[in-house]
Design a binder for this molecule. Structure first.
Ligand code: MN
Length: 256
């Protein structure tokens, strides 16, 4: 088995190295990851400048640093630029949670999404602390879940998003299969003043509901459970489809 690992925290991130080491027990692992932190880049791809791949010596073998985004890295790996196409793509281990509506901002999740678009089974995995240094437990779970995914396969257009609570192993209360929670922030943008008296703005804010809705990814990690959410590429609101057809959307060519 050949596994492609990537992330949005950069090729030298501890989470990627831990993931790679754990997955080496399952087969061949190729790491292609951004050459710098690219968190919150979402599903961006690089269209207007050359993409480069630079070999990087990592513990246990060579990896590849790319000047592109996580989605670029998956496209390069799947496109057989550094060897045969992978059988599985695992993105992470991200430092920081990827829960609820935050999935759409995440470069880690977008990498798994890109793999699903390419028709490959994929997993995005995160630990819930931005300052995490211990990825051992999440790496073990990633290896375990990778085996399970290879065994069962995943449906077309579907990948798994995993969040591992950043607590000692003894405090983990098992695995929860979850749905994406509703993640609402308040005071999202903070206005500050620079030394010359001009305004500038900084994303910040507090989550409105820290516990999350029952059955959600947010609730699971709040209860120290490993959250596994199946995510589908289709963002269509299928309930709204029928309702929208009832609206009269006949376009008269101008506003009447
Ligand atoms: Mn990140």
């Amino acid at each position: 088995m050949r596994i492609l690992v990537t992330n949005d925290d950069g090729i030298h991130a501890l989470g990627l190295l831990a993931l790679r080491a754990a997955l080496l027990r399952l087969g061949e692992v190729v790491a292609i990851a951004p050459d710098r932190p690219r968190s919150a880049c979402g599903h961006a791809v690089t269209l207007h400048k050359p993409l480069r791949l630079t070999p990087v010596e990592l513990p246990g073998g060579t990896g590849y640093a790319s000047n592109g985004t996580p989605s670029d890295c998956v496209a390069l790996g799947v496109g057989e630029q550094v060897g045969p196409a992978p059988d599985l793509v695992v993105a992470g281990i991200n430092a920081g949670p990827n829960l609820g509506w935050d999935l759409t901002y995440s470069g880690t999740v977008a990498a798994a999404m890109e793999a699903a678009i390419c028709g490959l089974p994929s997993i995005a995995i995160s630990v819930t602390s931005y300052t995490a240094t211990d990825f051992a437990q999440a790496a073990e779970f990633a290896a375990y879940l990778s085996q399970v995914v290879i065994q069962h396969g995943l449906p077309q257009d579907t990948f798994l998003n995993v969040n591992v609570p950043a607590v000692p192993a003894s405090e983990i209360k098992g695995v929860a299969v979850t749905h994406q929670g509703r993640l609402i922030y308040e005071n999202r943008i903070e206005r500050r003043t620079d030394p010359r008296g001009g305004d500038y703005y900084w994303f910040s804010g507090d989550r409105v509901d820290h516990r999350g809705q029952p059955g959600s990814d947010i609730e699971a990690v709040a209860k120290n459970r490993i959250s596994v959410t199946p995510v589908h590429l289709d963002l269509t609101d299928h309930t709204m489809l029928a309702r929208l057809r009832v609206w009269d959307l006949t376009w008269p060519g101008k506003i009447t």
